[in-house]
Design a binder for this molecule. Sequence first.
Ligand SMILES: C[S@@+](CC[C@H](N)C(=O)[O-])C[C@H]1O[C@@H](n2cnc3c(N)ncnc32)[C@H](O)[C@@H]1O
Length: 274
Amino acid sequence: MAKKKPIPDLHYLYEASVQGVETDLDFAARIFKNKRKRSPSDLREDFCGTAALACEWVKRSPKHRAWGVDIDQPTLNWGLEHNVPNIGKNPGALELLCADVLKVKTPPVDLVMALNFSYCVFKTRELLLTYFKQVRKALKKDGLFVMDIYGGTEAVGTKLEPRKVETFTAADGTKVPSFQYIWDQAEYNVIDHHVVNYIHFKLPGIGKIEKAFTYDWRLWTLPELQELLIEAGFKSAEIYLHDWTKDGESDDIYRRRTTYENTLGWVAYVIGIK
Ligand SMILES: C[S@@+](CC[C@H](N)C(=O)[O-])C[C@H]1O[C@@H](n2cnc3c(N)ncnc32)[C@H](O)[C@@H]1O
């Protein structure tokens, strides 16, 4: 009988299927430059996990510095082993902190970024407001806070969505062959917007890896996020959304919107402006 292949490291599969750190950083730097007429240099990545975004930021310029904050030391360790060694000549420009984003203290930064909906772990207004106040304090006086959220008619309900992920080369040079990523919205409570989502993977020669990642969240809405940012002391809050290619995919070009036609699914950037 043919031996089954070993299960690959899930962090590689996560980075290949979920993260788009280059797009996220291009977007944040563009908005910052447009608004502030200078380039941002200091960035904090909240809920950083393996710190892929913070590492990419430091790699981009010798002027850049980054702080990554995550509460889970083993995930940070993976980042320290696989992502941090590839940031180039300026390793002192990056610091990873094992801490709670509700309490952590870091030097003032131009940008705080909290991506892939991670702040949805805060399920009450009180907790999310506390977090937003902490972020505001962590920013320089002209700093920006960038986060994202998903929505659309299919976001408020259960669904199972498979997607093919093309061959991927990780920051440490590891090649990940093409595989299937499955986004599973398993539970949605219409009363309080609490959701349970899973990520499953299906790999050729290995089979399905069920519940590789689990998310127990409150799905916040765009008006709630904007109102809470203002309540936390941000001067304003803005929403950026993409258009569509003719195949019905996101064109990844984000523009500021004050109205938007609802669709099956979209991902927005939400900006808090200090
Ligand atoms: C969905 S992952 C995000 C990984 C990565 N930043 C991304 O964009 O894909 C969420 C991360 O948030 C971390 N986390 C959860 N609660 C936290 C808290 N209160 N403070 C800091 N990190 C937290 C978890 O340990 C986990 O690594």
